[in-house]
Design a protein around this ligand. Structure first.
Ligand SMILES: Cc1cc2nc3c(=O)[nH]c(=O)nc-3n(C[C@H](O)[C@H](O)[C@H](O)COP(=O)(O)OP(=O)(O)OC[C@H]3O[C@@H](n4cnc5c(N)ncnc54)[C@H](O)[C@@H]3O)c2cc1C
Length: 498
């Protein structure tokens, strides 16, 4: 295991010793979908949090919910940890495998089962990519609103597990706001349906709990997603600012004026330069920051919103231009979506942070991050979903230079603590995973964390699903009246409990 500052649970050498038996048992369930050779496993050794790498014990690629249920029942009977995986684009290490665990790759479950335009929804398998949903319905005038920048690759199962957002979540919400139902396979192999096409299922909102549960509660094998009609009119403004805090103030003023743009994205001067060099979308090079703002809806309401937004931006000192042609709009947004890859021009390595703050704190937080960068002697760029205060500072460094990775992680942790200090949260959309696990006590009390763990135990008493993620300390499920002890062995006996 290579890695940085987060310690993961020790691998169980007994399970590792039985790797060949486990692979053989999985082959009996999924004959054409088991990878157990070292070269093959290298393709599954991590996700987009690239500082952490670990080959799984074995990878299995089921094609059906029945196969997923059989794999989980087998793992449960033998006490083998399971890490679910979609496309592996998690930025928080959520899909990081375990040396003693089965990696359950859902990418071969990639069929859209039903397009139901009367009920404005689709029913899909978990391995379908986010973008494929919109592609399947756009000719009929519909689309799927959550649009992570990774949408060409990331899967619906991963989106549900991370409660993913994207550029247009300011107006249309995160995955949880667009998720109508799921079928979940529990760690024991039992299958559970939550929600569905009919609204108001009654009972406790377990669907809300599953959205954002980071693969800790069950494996999503089907999702029912809300479709929206394509808005009849969309207009896009580019506002260029001479200072970053002025852009932050502009965002706060737009929201305070009661306007809800469909998207409002910020990039700072360093990011603009990198993106221009990468794909030349035509951003003004001298600007210290730009906001790209979409307004959508009926033409009359869009026209009104665009005039008001432009007024507010100019009052904050911005130069405002509008993308007149569809191709110009597409170019502006393509530049924003290329912000992460463009960072490769500035440094070999990058950490993408993800914290959310109240919008009124934007100017002060942006200024304090600049001061912090000097303390940590590292470069960074600011790119964020400005409308909902969801920051994505990109810390750039070179892992080959001694100490830079550690400094980058410490800088990232300091930014996230600052988010919590000003009344914000540790994650807006990328999840906790491995990356933010040890920061959870900065935001949650012991009582909060204990209650969340009791919920985990209610779904997965043996703690086999994605262990080592999200919770900084493992507590015994017996405290919630539910502990699975197999053959008298306490799971992860060496770990501290509370
Ligand atoms: C360039 C880039 C841009 C990005 N932009 C955005 C963005 O704008 N907004 C945003 O929100 N995120 C963004 N992300 C993060 C990432 O794409 C999302 O978190 C995405 O939802 C992960 O999907 P995935 O299929 O890759 O899941 P993975 O990375 O494979 O897994 C993510 C988590 O989901 C769990 N999981 C996966 N499938 C299932 C399943 N079927 N059942 C249960 N658990 C499962 C895994 O165990 C893991 O904990 C970006 C990532 C990259 C690399």
């Amino acid at each position: 295991m290579t890695g940085a500052s987060v310690n993961l649970p020790e691998a169980d050498t007994d399970i590792i010793a039985h790797g060949a038996d486990i692979a053989a048992a999985l082959r009996a369930i999924v004959p054409d979908g088991v990878v157990s050779d070292s070269a093959g496993l290298a393709a599954f050794d991590g996700d987009a949090l690239t500082a952490y790498r670990q080959k799984p014990l074995v990878t299995v690629l089921p094609r059906s919910a029945e196969q997923v249920a059989a794999v989980l029942a087998y793992a449960s009977a033998h006490g083998v940890p399971i890490v679910p995986r979609g496309a592996g684009t998690s930025l928080s290490g959520g899909a990081l495998p375990r040396a003693d665990g089965i990696l359950l790759s859902l990418t071969r479950m990639n069929r859209i089962r039903e397009i139901d335009l009367e009920n404005r929804c689709v029913v899909t398998e978990p391995g379908v990519t986010n973008l494929a949903i919109t592609r399947a319905v756009e000719a009929s005038g519909f689309y799927y609103a959550p649009d992570p920048s990774s949408q060409i690759a990331c899967t619906i199962g991963g989106n549900v597990a991370e409660n993913s957002g994207g550029l247009h979540c300011l107006k249309y919400g995160l995955t949880t706001n667009n998720l109508l139902g799921v079928e979940l396979v529990l760690a024991t192999g039992e299958r559970l349906r939550l929600g569905g096409k009919a609204p108001g299922a009654g009972g406790l909102d377990l669907l809300g709990v599953v959205a954002g549960s980071e693969g800790l509660l069950g494996v999503v094998v089907e999702a029912t997603l809300r479709l929206l009609p394509k808005p009849p009119c969309t207009r896009t403004l580019l506002a260029a600012f001479a200072s970053v805090p002025a852009a932050g103030q502009c965002v706060a003023d737009i929201i305070a004026a009661g306007l809800v743009p469909a998207a409002m994205e910020f990039m700072d001067g360093r990011c603009i330069a990198a993106v221009e060099a990468h794909c030349a979308p035509g951003y003004p090079r001298g600007a210290e920051g730009v906001l790209i703002i979409d307004a959508d809806g009926l033409a009359a309401e869009v026209d009104h919103a665009i005039v008001r937004i432009a007024e507010i931006a100019r009052a904050n000192g911005a130069t405002v231009t509008e993308a007149r042609e569809e191709a110009d709009r597409a170019r502006l947004w393509a530049g924003r979506k290329a912000a992460f890859p463009a960072m490769g021009r500035l440094a070999p390595d990058m950490l993408c942070m993800d914290g959310t703050i109240p919008r009124r704190a934007l100017p002060v937080v942006l200024a304090r991050m600049t001061a912090m960068a000097e303390d940590y002697k590292l470069g960074f760029c600011n790119v964020f979903h400005a409308g909902d205060g969801n920051l994505h500072p990109l810390i750039i460094f070179d892992v080959m230079k001694p100490g830079e990775l550690e400094r980058a992680e410490a800088f990232g942790a300091a930014i996230l603590r600052l988010c919590v200090e000003v009344g914000g949260v540790l994650t807006g959309e990328h999840g906790v995973g491995v990356e933010k696990r040890d920061l959870m006590p900065a935001m949650f009390t012991d009582a909060d964390l204990a209650q969340q763990q009791r919920l985990k135990c209610a779904f997965d008493g043996a703690r086999l699903l994605n262990p080592g993620k999200v919770f900084p300390t493992l507590s015994a499920c017996v405290e919630g009246g539910h502990m699975h002890v197999k053959d008298g062995r306490l799971p992860f006996a060496a770990l501290p409990r509370f």
